[in-house]
Write a protein that binds this ligand. Structure first.
Ligand SMILES: [Zn+2]
Ligand SMILES: [Zn+2]
Length: 240
């Protein structure tokens, strides 16, 4: 049961950020995070998935995707909740770039609804978001992955530690780089505030592309003392 202070805080937050449906952007229906018809536009990743990176596999004959057969990841397993459809793309775009911080609550709820079972299976002691470089966060005003991690922490009851991992320098957007440039771009870019008190960590990012960012973060967390790093992403891209 939430205490009175928590309820008052939620009511105040609802006045500042009235609940909106993250898919259509209109006011959310009463006592729900989004419209049922809007939720249906978000397509969960389903069927056969790569056992490591969670990407949907074209056929079920292999358990790993081509990429994961070629290289080892630093995380044990990552799953993404939704496919990167047009509805998901627009939703994430507004959440990231259009100051729609209020999307964090419905999106965190959806992550838990669709991936809660898997997250419980990982038994993470903490959720850590992929950090943003401090200067970039100041410019944008927030780190969307951090908001999402805090939201997931609220619905799941798993603590969140956004300060445990830092991005030590600015990096170039991964989508602009070739595979070779990606590794150099991220080399030494993350540092864990170790020694970390957790053994099992759930790392959170908004979109899974090549896994390079999660790998760099997971390596830093393991350097800081974490033993097992799992990943959760809101969406997975295809063809990366
Ligand atoms: Zn809607
Ligand atoms: Zn894979």
């Amino acid at each position: 049961m939430r205490d009175l202070a928590g309820q008052v805080k939620d009511a105040a937050l609802n006045l500042i950020f009235p609940p909106v449906c993250p898919v259509c952007g209109k006011p959310a229906p009463a006592r729900a995070y989004l419209h049922p018809e809007c939720e249906r536009k978000l397509v969960p990743v389903s069927g056969e998935r790569c056992a490591v990176c969670g990407k949907q596999l074209p056929d079920g004959r292999e358990s790993l995707c081509l990429d994961c057969r070629r290289r080892r990841h630093e995380f044990i397993q990552t799953i993404s909740v939704f496919q990167y459809t047009e509805a998901a793309r627009q939703c994430i775009y507004r959440f990231k770039y259009k100051n729609k911080r209020e999307y964090a609550a419905p999106l965190g709820y959806l992550m838990w609804k669709y991936a809660g079972r898997r997250i419980r299976f990982y038994r993470p002691e903490v959720i850590i978001p992929v950090p943003m470089y401090a200067a970039k966060k100041r410019r944008r005003g927030y780190n969307q992955s951090e908001l999402l991690a805090q939201s997931l922490a609220r619905v799941s009851g798993i603590p969140c530690a956004p300060e445990a991992l830092i991005r030590t320098r600015a990096t170039r957007p991964m989508k602009e780089l070739t595979a070779g440039e990606r590794a150099a771009n991220l080399s030494g870019a993350f540092l864990a505030d170790g020694p970390l008190p957790w053994k099992r960590v759930l790392l959170l990012d908004d979109i899974y592309t090549s896994g390079s960012t999660l790998d760099a973060c997971a390596a830093a967390l393991k350097k800081g003392g974490a033993r097992e790093v799992y990943g959760i992403c809101l969406c997975t891209g295809e063809g990366f």
